[in-house]
Each structure stands twice: as C-alpha cells, then as structure tokens.
Design a protein around this ligand. Sequence first.
Ligand code: URA
Ligand code: ZN
Length: 377
Amino acid sequence: MPVVDVHTHMYPPVYMDLLRSRDKVPYVKSFPDDPSAGDRLVILPAEDTASTSRGRPIGSEYWDVQEKLAFMKKHDIDISVISLANPWLDWLPSAEAAATARKVNDDVERMCAEHEGKLYAFGTLPLSAPAEEVIAEIERLVTLPHHRGIVIGTSGLGTGLDDPALDPIYAALEKHGQLIFLHPHYGMPTSVYGPRASDYGHVLPLALGFPLETTIAVTRMLLSGVFDRFPKLNVLLAHSGGTLPFLAGRIESCIAHDAHLRKKGKLDGRRDVWNVLKTNIYLDAVIYSEVGLKAAIDASGADRLMFGKCSSFRLEFWLLIMAGTDHPFFPPLDEGDTEWLSVKMNSDAVDAALGKGQKFASAVMGDNAMRILRLHG
Ligand code: URA
Ligand code: ZN
C-alpha cells in the first residue's frame, strides 16, 4: 500500500532568499542579542516580538529536499505532494508577484523531476498580481508535469475567498481541474487570545486560530455561492477542515433559519452544506486524534451512513480523506527524537478510526491521493 503525504511543506531556495532579504514579517534572521536561538522564522504578526521567542527555529528541513526525502524514509512515506508553506506570496508587491511565482514553481518542479515518483507539488499563485497574471500562472502550472493543483491561503486577493473578483480565477481552476489546497495563515485577531497570550507559546493561534480561520473561509465561500457558480471546483481543506466537520450542522441550521438570506431569495434551490462537503470538498487527516478524524469521516458522508445504504456507499465516503504530516512544522522538541510524534499521532488516529492495514485505512493513507491526484509511484 502506498503512503502519500498531501500536506507537507517546503520553502524552496528561491523563497528562502526572499525571506532572508527582509526584516519585516515574513522574514528569517538571527538576533545578535540571542545568538543561541539560531535562525528564526517569523511569519505570523503575533510572533514578531521577543516575548514569543521571536517566531520559530528554522533549519535546512525547510528548504533542503534531501531532508524531506530522509523524513519520508524515516516515516515510510512513499510520495509527498509538497506545497509552499505560509504565507506564500500574499505579501509581495503586485509587480513582483508573477515572476516570483514562476521562479518558485519552477524551483519546486525541478525538485520533483529530480526525484521522479517521490515528489509532486501544489503550485503557488501570484495573488497580489492582476487576475490575468494569476490565470496565466494557473495555465502554466497545468503544463508542469509534477504539479497537481495549487495551495492558497484565506485572504484571496486581499478580502477573502468570497470576493466576486476571484470568479475568473475560480473559473480557470475549475476549467483545468486544478484542486485548491486551502491552508490557514492569518488566524484570528490577536486580541481574542487575551493579554496573557504570550505565556502560552503558539498554542492558541495554531490549535484554534488556524482551524477557525479555515472554517470561516470555506463557510464564506459557501455563503457567497462559489460552489453554485463553480459546481466542479474541488477544495482540499487543511487540518481536516478546521472545525467544519464538527460545525457543519450548525452552519446549515443557521443558514436555514436566516430571514435575511430568505428575503434575498438565497435559500431557494441552494445546495446545502452537506452536499457541498460531499461533492466539492476533500479533507486531509491532519487532526491528531481518532475523535476528530471520525468527525471528518462522518462529515464526508454521514447521511449516506445514517440512511443505512449498502456497503458500496461506505466505500465512497472514505475516499475523500487523505493523509498528511504538516512537515517540517511540529518537529519533536527533543533533538534525539528522529521519529516525529506529530506524524505518529496522525497515523495512530487513522489506525484507531479505520483499523490498521484495513481497506479504508489504506485509502486514507495513500490510495485516495494516488487516485484523486493522479500520482504514479
Ligand atoms: N505553522 C505554520 O505556520 N504553518 C503550518 O503549516 C503549520 C504550523
Ligand atoms: Zn500546513
């Protein structure tokens, strides 16, 4: 059974050069007042202070493809679908974005080609550039043999993924069958974490800010009718959809009870949340527990299960979830540990929810990705 990691990041050398050339977020540098801390990756606004130990440590595991391959070998991962890590190119001046996207995507394509059968990629879009340039890059990505879709944050062109100005971009993605890997970065406003947030390291923004950000972004897509206008658009949601599987019922109920939406005629003939979840949405399995993974499994087909359809239906709903690691984030805290706890937590969750080595566990661990992303080992 092939094991495929669909949620795994790199900052290719071209992008590292950009991060090292800056001293505003996002940036990478070391601090003379704290030389033992080494190079620090500072990408979140809330990390740009000494009180959060200034970002996170960064080493060659972020940019060296040999480190990625060694990590894969250690954890029995056959194929990785790598994506540029946040904050992608969201912050680049418009005039530089398209050329930078081409360089980053070409750098990643080169790495994949040099390790045929081991590496594929989700491309990066120059979202601060004019729409024609974004579309041109989508069309160019289709021609890169190892690219299988695109990674995107929640800000879109600056005001979120419910922005009608994204329609030509969604149309291009739908037309070319390019999967969107939707990944958080911005979290929640830091004020929600309270005045003592810096006592708690990165726990609140990463454990809660990220998943809520994803949930809000995809709900806004849904509410603005993106999936009605682009019924074939496919989105892979990071971190098992944030909190979407757990909250889908509540979101659906709030829509069904909203007088404003009804007055505007938006309840007529709409596709409900469950329908979009099952038709347009894929989820990764980066949720670190059986409980969360079971919610994701149920959300991708709970009603088919509840209506007691035969076992062939069961096959269908487990086909929507794909394994991931989030490497090189969440490394072990102790240097001697070569096996990553974060990886084990996710694979243990798959085993516990679906039975180690069983058909549906194999589907989640690799077969689904092989089929959905058209991979060849
Ligand atoms: N932290 C990040 O900033 N990005 C990830 O993908 C995971 C953790
Ligand atoms: Zn990630």
